[in-house]
Each structure stands twice: as structure tokens, then as C-alpha cells.
Design a protein around this ligand. Structure first.
Ligand code: FAD
Ligand code: PHB
Length: 396
């Protein structure tokens, strides 16, 4: 027998998008149920993004979930572009008055889950067979199997598809109703987490003839490092010694030495740009990676997910409380303006910093010219800086 439950908002996925949406709705007195395919431990351990725009920090603070972020987050006032074995600092705060905060995505996820559980609000982990139905009616439904193996049905006013790029909600929309824009890059990133103090106070984006490298961090004891690798590269071909050797080469600069430490995690991630339009079908609203993907070079993925649900929470609340549909009707277009800005910025950073197979000397000269211009022209540096720290929500 299937158990039937009613809620106002059914949220598929407990990543940053689904969890912040649930929290913002809870603060407005709107009921929601969050359904997550993985276990709580798994989503809290999953290492992904690490940079919060100032706009995201402010959003989390306004939502009352930034206590630990404010205590443990590392505020950075700039980054380095490293090329010709020299650092060229982009001074965010000097150029824009704003900064970024390094705080792991899984820490944001932990904080939001703890908040939801403390509030006694519904969140179900390890659900299976999630399917969405009746999207164009006024009572859309979600069916799923709960963690005990029991079939469940959730009837909602609105469904939020926050289930990431590989989720099921986007695919439930008839193909003819969506337009897909996609670009796949001819490289991937190999990322490691190392138990070693960061080797530099700030992030370093390194352009090197052997390929891109990135020095980032998670805490004063944990370094996060990335290497550009071939798109079909297998992790078995990268024992730790080879990774460190390559990082030393690509990050080499006068007066810099890279501190090594035990490798706690290593993973290869493909790079793509992807957008679906519109981000809505009837009463289903897509948010975050379910609707758009950026290559990680601009550090925008998690930030876009948070910006989407900020808008969605307001629109859904207006609809459920006052019957107003204007916010819901404007949702997709308004999000897509910010999404396309981030798509361009992420593609631009990626194109400037990576070496693609088959690139010729002409392209390398163009990349170096763009890097030098960005590092020396206050106008060009400010353009990078204002995109990186996050444009105000309604600026685009
Ligand atoms: P997600 O975080 O993907 O959350 C979706 C959730 O839905 C997941 O918990 C998933 O388990 C769940 N789910 C999926 N299918 C179902 C289903 N059928 N039923 C129920 N639940 C389901 N961005 C950066 O800026 N920097 C980075 O370094 C970076 N590294 C990344 C590395 C990887 C491997 C990946 C995949 C992404 C990375 N990103 C990075 C992007 C960033 O992490 C995402 O943009 C961000 O996670 C988006 O949040 P979200 O909530 O939309 O989606
Ligand atoms: C990270 O710390 O994981 C990170 C930082 C900046 C990026 C991508 C990833 O552009």
C-alpha cells in the first residue's frame, strides 16, 4: 500500500539548492518535504566547491545559517593569476570593495541539514525511484520508495527540482518544452584534498605550458589542488607522486614552495557548460545544477544554486500566501540573466587559463596577452574581480 502525504513544496535533492530552499521556506512558514537519494553521511562528506561569493555569504547570513561560516570561513581579498612563473594579484577588495569566503560546500550542506533536523522539519535520505507527475496541473505529485522500502506519494502545490545534473526532474519535462545549450571542454580536472597547510594565503590560478593548475584550500591545515588533465584520463594513471611532481612543475614561481601532505581524496571531474531554458515546466521549477552547469574555473556552481533558490523561495511564498503568480512567472527569465553572466565568466576564465590539445602558438600568444592585460589594466582586473566576488542579485 502506498502512503499518501500532502505538502506545499516537494523538494527533490538535498544539495545546497534544495537545502537552502527548504530553509528559506521554513522561515516563511511554508511546508516542504526534502527527498534525497543518498545518505546523510554521503552528502555531508562529498567534497565539491569551496568558494562563496560575498553575495552568497550575505544570503546565508540573512537566512540565519552563517554562524559557523562566520567563525571558520576564510575571507580572501584577492587571488593570484600565475603565469611566466610570476604572481599577478587581482585585488578584489581594492577594486570592488568586496571579498570572497573559502568555506567547503559540504560545510554549507552540514549547517543546513543540522538546522532542518533541529527544526524538526521533514527531510528523507536514501529514497529511491523518485518520479514526478502531473506537472501541468495544480496538484503535482512525487512518488518514491522510502528508506524502509515503502512506496510513498507526496501531493504538492509546487515541486522544486534541485537534484543536480544527473537528477530525474529535468528529464521529466517533455523534450519539446526545453531548449538545451551545451559546450563540452576537451579537458577535465583532477582534484586532490591534501593534509597540508596551504602554501600561499590566497588562491593561485596558474597558466602553464603543461596545462592549468589551481592552488586552493579548505582550512589552515587542508590544501585543495587541481590539475588540468585529459578528458578521458583515468585516476589509476595518477599515483600521488605523479600528482605532486606535476603540481610542483605547474605551480613553480620565484620564492614559492609547495607543501606536500597525505592525499585524503582524489577525483577527476569533466568540464562542461550547460543551460536549459526555461527553468520551469508548469508547477515544476528547476534550480541549481539541475538547470545549469559551469566549468569550475570561475567558482560559480554553488553560488548560482544559492541565487536561484533565493528567488524561488520568494516567488513560491508569494504564490502560496497571496495567490500571486508574477514571481513564479518571472523566475526562469530572472535566474537565466545571472546564469548566463556566470556561464560567460566561467567559459572566459577557462579559455584564458587552459591549454587544449591542438592549440597553436597563435592561441597561446592570445591567452598570454589576455592574462597580461587582465593583470595590468585596472579596468580588466575590475571586470574579473566584480564577476568573481559576485554581482549584486538584480544587476544582470
Ligand atoms: P547538487 O549539489 O548536485 O545536489 C543535488 C542533490 O540531489 C544531491 O545530493 C543528489 O544526491 C540528489 N539527487 C540526485 N538525483 C536524485 C534523485 N533522483 N532523487 C533524490 N535525490 C537526488 N563548483 C565549484 O564552484 N567549484 C568546484 O570545485 C566544484 N567541484 C565539483 C565537483 C564535482 C564532482 C561536481 C559534480 C560538481 C562540482 N562543482 C564545483 C559544482 C558545484 O558543486 C555544484 O554547482 C553544486 O553542487 C550545485 O548544487 P545543487 O544543490 O544544485 O546540486
Ligand atoms: C575549490 O577550492 O575547490 C575551488 C576554488 C576555486 C575554483 C574551483 C574550485 O575556481
Amino acid at each position: 500500500m502506498m502512503a499518501c502525504v500532502r505538502t506545499q513544496v516537494g523538494i527533490v535533492g538535498a544539495g545546497p539548492a534544495g537545502l537552502l530552499l527548504a530553509h528559506l521556506l521554513h522561515r516563511e512558514g511554508v511546508d516542504a518535504v526534502v527527498l534525497e537519494a543518498r545518505s546523510r553521511e554521503y552528502v555531508e562528506m562529498r567534497v565539491r566547491a569551496g568558494v562563496l561569493e560575498q553575495t552568497s555569504v550575505e544570503l546565508l547570513r540573512e537566512a540565519g545559517v552563517a554562524d559557523r561560516l562566520d567563525r571558520e570561513g576564510l575571507v580572501h581579498e584577492g587571488i593570484s593569476l600565475r603565469f611566466d612563473a610570476t604572481d599577478h594579484r587581482i585585488a578584489f577588495t581594492e577594486l570592488t570593495g568586496r571579498s570572497i569566503t573559502v568555506y567547503g560546500q559540504q560545510e554549507v550542506v552540514k549547517d543546513l541539514i543540522a538546522e532542518r533536523i533541529a527544526a524538526g522539519a521533514p527531510i528523507e535520505f536514501e529514497v529511491a525511484d523518485v518520479a514526478v507527475h502531473d506537472l501541468t496541473g495544480d496538484a503535482p505529485r512525487i512518488t518514491y520508495t522510502d528508506a524502509t522500502g515503502r512506496g510513498q506519494e507526496l501531493t504538492c502545490d509546487v515541486i522544486a527540482g534541485c537534484d543536480g545534473f544527473h537528477g530525474v526532474t529535468r528529464d521529466a519535462i517533455p523534450a519539446g518544452a526545453l531548449t538545451v545549450y551545451e559546450h563540452v571542454y576537451p579537458f577535465a580536472w583532477l582534484g586532490i584534498l591534501a593534509e597540508a597547510p596551504p602554501s600561499h594565503e590566497e588562491l593561485i590560478y596558474a597558466y602553464h605550458e603543461r596545462g592549468f593548475a589551481l592552488h586552493s584550500m579548505r582550512s589552515p591545515r587542508i590544501t585543495r589542488l587541481y590539475l588540468q588533465v585529459a578528458p578521458d584520463e583515468s585516476i589509476e594513471r595518477w599515483p600521488d607522486e605523479r600528482i605532486w611532481e606535476e603540481l610542483h612543475r605547474r605551480l613553480a614561481a620565484d620564492g614559492f614552495s609547495l607543501t606536500e601532505g597525505p592525499v585524503l581524496e582524489k577525483v577527476i571531474t569533466g568540464m562542461r557548460s550547460f543551460v536549459v531554458e526555461p527553468m520551469r515546466h508548469g508547477r515544476l521549477f528547476l534550480a541549481g545544477d539541475a538547470a545549469h552547469i559551469v566549468p569550475p574555473t570561475g567558482a560559480k556552481g554553488m553560488n548560482l544554486a544559492l541565487a536561484d533558490v533565493r528567488r524561488l523561495a520568494g516567488a513560491v511564498t508569494d504564490f502560496l500566501r497571496h495567490g500571486r503568480v508574477d514571481g513564479l512567472d518571472a523566475y526562469s527569465d530572472a535566474c537565466l540573466r545571472r546564469v548566463w553572466r556566470a556561464e560567460h565568466f566561467s567559459w572566459w576564465m577557462t579559455s584564458m587559463l587552459h591549454r587544449a590539445e591542438g592549440d597553436d602558438a597563435f592561441q597561446r600568444r592570445l591567452q598570454l596577452s589576455q592574462l597580461r592585460y587582465t593583470a595590468t589594466s585596472p579596468a580588466a582586473a575590475t571586470s574579473l574581480a566584480e564577476n568573481y566576488v559576485g554581482l549584486p542579485f538584480d544587476a544582470t
